[in-house]
Design a protein around this ligand. Structure first.
Ligand code: MFK
Length: 546
């Protein structure tokens, strides 16, 4: 019998994830920690089941049937099994409801669930993220009628009453620059607002509601003239006729997610607040979905590394398992250190969000959250692609073969840097956050996280790099073009400093509990350098593009 390679096995995503376990043990009071265990265990079991099912069945994509046999417009979308299970599973484990519970730890507990569920969900987490964002934006709007109407559905613990919400912003003309939105809002004779236009990327078209940006009739140009509206998509069991699904997108990855192009032909709509400043009103939603993006990006990293680690023990080459090959072990250890940094930052944003929402944060924590949210999104998004690419290389040719399931990790990961704002858009957003007291907040937070850690080299690297970032900002404050051209380098630098300081905090705690691995992750992470500052030469840029 010819040689057959053992395929990689996925260890239990919850019980074997020491990074997640250590975070929860450190950050949560014992009672809350224990109460969380059953949900996380069950979501880990579901992830194992989903992986086995994916390996044993042919991969499917959602299918849109626009018309029935008799010419009736139906816009029916058939979903994959994981999508059909989404509402029941997530309401049973209170994924969204947990995040809106009355506790400073609510968001951390929510995002621990998200992290475990994400890959098994086949990106059902995308509309979940938007539903979470819609709930948060509605609360921020203070619109009592809409809150009472929609929140019981968005945060329901029963599948039968659960509603998904979309986030309808992107248009053909207005992608990143949503200020160019063409969708119009007009009042009919009865005073009801109705939306007319085309939305170009609607990822929750199977949902029951959405928040949509539109320009009230007669309003001026630009973002400040947009308004934010709440819409419902269903009339009982039927999709409303004023919402037409033109087609589903054919995407590089996230193929189980039915992303649609839609037309709105007078869909009834209700403004959340004033009929202007829609971008400002939708910002709480963006910041929530960006947090989901970061946590889901680290979930992809965790999966890719777990499979590559397992395979390294099964696969032998040159007379020994891959894990005993020094260069392969070095590659895996580097991935692990980068992942632990990204994990620490994404989950700090989640925890901080809960503390800020519940008034439990220190004075500068709101500014810190405002800065760390885009930093976490942009840095983890990019890193997920790099880590998934390196991890599938660890399988050699097998990593390139579709039915191993490995290429999908990389194709799906490529969405993280793109949606919810590209790396560049988020880098520019971090400049918005730095215009306030974001940098002071970050410096003081890093000092706190480093406190008590005995890795003096790491502490001094963080401090020196933050000093260099502050000098860079001062130096270029008046030169907007240079500031923007260097914004990505600045953002990566700040993200890496925050991650290193957070790794130090975890290493201090874990060291006290006899675990030296987070300290090793810190050393390795800092060893890869924190400073990514660049001052691009504008003349060279012009020459290179000439
Ligand atoms: C599985 C993972 C889950 C992920 C789910 C993904 C679902 C994906 C579905 C999608 O919809 S993807 C498409 C998402 N699209 C974007 O994210 C848009 C990207 N573009 C931006 O983010 C631009 O920066 C932005 C549209 C916000 C720029 O618009 P403007 O109008 O040029 O911004 P401007 O004038 O600077 O800001 C308007 C107001 O919003 C300002 O407040 P004021 O009016 O009080 O001055 C800003 O401070 C505020 N603002 C902007 N961004 C903010 C914010 N406030 C808080 N946080 C922010 N992030």
């Amino acid at each position: 019998m010819a040689f057959l390679q053992d395929p990689p096995q996925l260890p239990h995503p919850y019980r074997s994830d020491r990074t997640l376990l250590a975070l929860l043990d450190r950050a949560l009071p014992a009672g809350r920690r224990a109460a969380l265990d059953a949900d996380l265990d069950a979501l880990g079991d579901y992830a194992l089941m989903a992986r086995q099912r994916a390996g044993a069945t042919t991969r499917r994509k959602p299918v849109l049937t626009p018309w029935d046999a008799w010419g009736q417009r139906v816009d029916r979308i058939e979903l994959t099994p994981a999508w059909q299970e989404g509402a029941a599973l997530t309401t049973r484990h209170a994924v969204l409801a947990a995040g809106h519970a009355d506790s400073e730890h609510a968001r951390l507990e929510e995002f621990a669930r998200v992290y475990l569920y994400h890959l098994a969900s086949e990106f059902y987490t995308c509309p979940l993220a938007m539903t979470d964002g819609a709930a948060t934006a509605l609360k921020a709007s203070g619109n009592r009628a809409l809150i009472e109407r929609a929140l019981p559905h968005f945060l329901s613990r029963e599948a039968a009453t659960f509603w998904l919400s979309g986030q309808w912003m992107t248009e053909n003309v207005g992608g990143s620059d949503v200020g160019d939105t063409e969708t119009q809002a007009r009042q009919d004779a009865a005073g009801q607002w109705r939306l007319y236009g085309r939305k170009w990327f609607s990822s929750a078209v199977v949902g029951e509601a959405a928040l949509a940006l539109a320009r009230p009739e007669g309003a001026g140009h630009g973002g400040a003239a947009l308004a934010l509206f709440y819409v419902e998509t269903m009339d009982g069991a039927r999709r409303r006729p004023e919402l037409v699904i033109d087609r589903l997108k054919d995407k590089l990855g996230t193929q189980e997610l039915p992303t649609a192009e839609i037309h709105l032909h007078g869909l009834p709509a209700w403004p959340l607040g004033e009929l202007a400043h829609g971008v400002r009103q939708v910002a709480p939603m963006l910041n929530i979905t960006r947090t989901w993006n970061a946590v889901c990006a680290v979930a992809s990293m965790a999966r890719a590394i777990a499979l590559a680690r397992d395979f390294a023990e099964r696969r032998r080459a040159f007379g020994r398992p891959l894990v005993e090959q020094p260069l392969h072990a070095q590659t895996l250890a580097n991935l692990q250190a980068q992942f632990e940094g990204a994990f620490a930052l994404a989950f700090e944003v989640a925890h901080l969000l809960g503390r800020v929402e519940h008034g439990m944060a220190a004075s500068h924590d709101a500014a810190l959250l405002r800065l760390l949210t885009p930093l976490a999104k942009l840095w983890t998004g990019k890193l997920a692609v790099r880590i998934c690419s390196e991890a599938i290389e660890c399988f050699g040719g097998a990593g390139y073969i579709e039915d191993t399931g490995l290429p999908q990790l990389l194709r799906d990961a490529q969405v993280y840097p793109i949606w919810e704002g590209t790396t560049n858009v988020l880098s520019l957003d971090s400049l918005r956050a730095l215009a306030g007291d974001g940098l002071d907040a970050l410096r003081s937070a890093c000092a706190g996280w480093l406190d008590g850690n005995d890795d003096l080299h790491a502490a001094s690297a963080v401090r020196q790099t933050l000093d260099a970032a502050a000098r860079w900002l001062d130096q270029h404050a008046a030169a907007r073009d240079t500031l923007e051209a260097g914004a990505r380098g600045l953002a990566f630098t700040l993200a890496r400093c925050a991650a290193a300081a957070l790794l130090a905090r975890q290493a201090t705690w874990s060291g006290r509990h006899g675990d030296r691995r987070p300290a090793a992750a810190l050393r390795r992470f800092v060893g890869h350098g924190l400073d990514r500052l660049v001052t691009p030469d504008a003349d060279d840029t012009a020459l290179l593009l000439g």
